[in-house]
Design a protein around this ligand. Structure first.
Ligand SMILES: Nc1ncnc2c1ncn2[C@@H]1O[C@H](COP(=O)(O)OP(=O)(O)OP(=O)(O)O)[C@@H](O)[C@H]1O
Ligand SMILES: [Mg+2]
Length: 267
């Protein structure tokens, strides 16, 4: 429950409206430390809006968001990132200007650790250099961890779609998050890629990083989620373990049942 140290994230009564569209209506839920929580629901249910509200990109109209019991609703995304939250996007966002390489993209995740104060930059050049080298080593290790070893000098645009998603994930991990928000990270992956992606997510959780994942691929959700929240038309429809959710009649009708016939448009 709210205020408990067991929860890294607590979303309380969040409302978000876009010009008359009730994207989120009084949504509350918690994410337990060390868990993988899945956020599912049909297209337009409000999943991305919820991640935007949590990460500060589009703050909620009202309601509270607590990260480690600290209210973060209304803080800037940068400030929230410094408190230990990192995210990936439904549409991969990579840097390609100035021929930025794969390694450059991961290193960009380190800027909060590298950003020198003017004082540091003037008087501790040696120390900054050492920090840069450490960051580079960490970035290379992360590329290896996500399965992109050897791709460090490539341009991100030359990577397959699946690998671009892995690169974005490596960049997120570079910030050393305590909580990672992922928006449909498995979309566009082939079956083999999905299998190794499942292993990767479990390995991230085993590092002690809590994950809130928006995902349409039910195979991924059912295999990795400790618990699930279901949104429908901006409202919480259900919350529970994968077993409970797969047996919930309302969920089956609103979402899981229709999946057989629906053809999800990949974005
Ligand atoms: N920036 C925005 N401006 C206006 N309307 C928005 C904005 N973002 C989301 N919406 C609307 O809010 C509702 C919820 O959208 P959201 O993107 O959160 O859904 P979603 O569950 O992530 O869907 P999908 O599975 O298609 O990604 C939709 O009706 C959408 O059109
Ligand atoms: Mg979305």
């Amino acid at each position: 429950m709210k205020g408990s140290n067991d929860y890294i994230l607590w979303v309380d009564n969040v409302i978000k409206t876009f010009e008359g569209i009730h994207a989120l209506e009084h949504v509350s839920f918690g994410v337990k430390k060390g868990h993988i929580k899945a956020l599912i629901g049909p297209n337009g249910a409000g999943k991305t809006t919820m991640l935007n509200a949590i990460s500060g990109l589009l703050p909620p109209d009202s309601g509270s968001v607590y990260l480690n019991n600290q209210q973060i609703a209304g803080l800037t995304p940068d400030r929230i990132a410094l408190l230990g939250l990192s995210r990936t996007f439904q549409l991969v966002r990579l840097f390609t200007i100035n021929n930025a390489t794969v390694l450059d993209n991961v290193l960009l995740g380190a800027h909060k650790h590298l950003n020198p104060s003017i004082f540091e930059a003037m008087f501790y050049r040696g120390r900054m250099k050492r920090k840069e080298n450490e960051a580079k080593e960490r970035a290379l290790n992360l590329l290896k961890f996500v399965g992109l070893e050897g791709a460090e000098d490539a341009l991100p645009g030359t990577l397959s779609f699946g690998n671009q998603r892995l690169l974005e994930l490596a960049r997120s991990l570079m910030t050393e998050p305590k909580l990672l928000l992922l928006d449909e990270p498995a979309s566009g992956l082939n079956d083999a890629e999905v299998e190794s992606f499942i292993k990767l997510l479990l390995a991230i959780r085993d590092k002690g990083i809590t994950i809130l994942i928006v995902e349409h691929n039910m195979k991924v959700v059912m295999k990795i989620a400790d618990d699930i929240i279901v949104l429908d038309f901006g409202k919480k429809l259900a919350e529970g373990t994968p077993e409970e959710i797969s047996k919930n009649q309302q969920v089956v009708e609103a979402y899981l049942g229709t999946q057989k016939n629906s053809c999800k448009v990949e974005k």
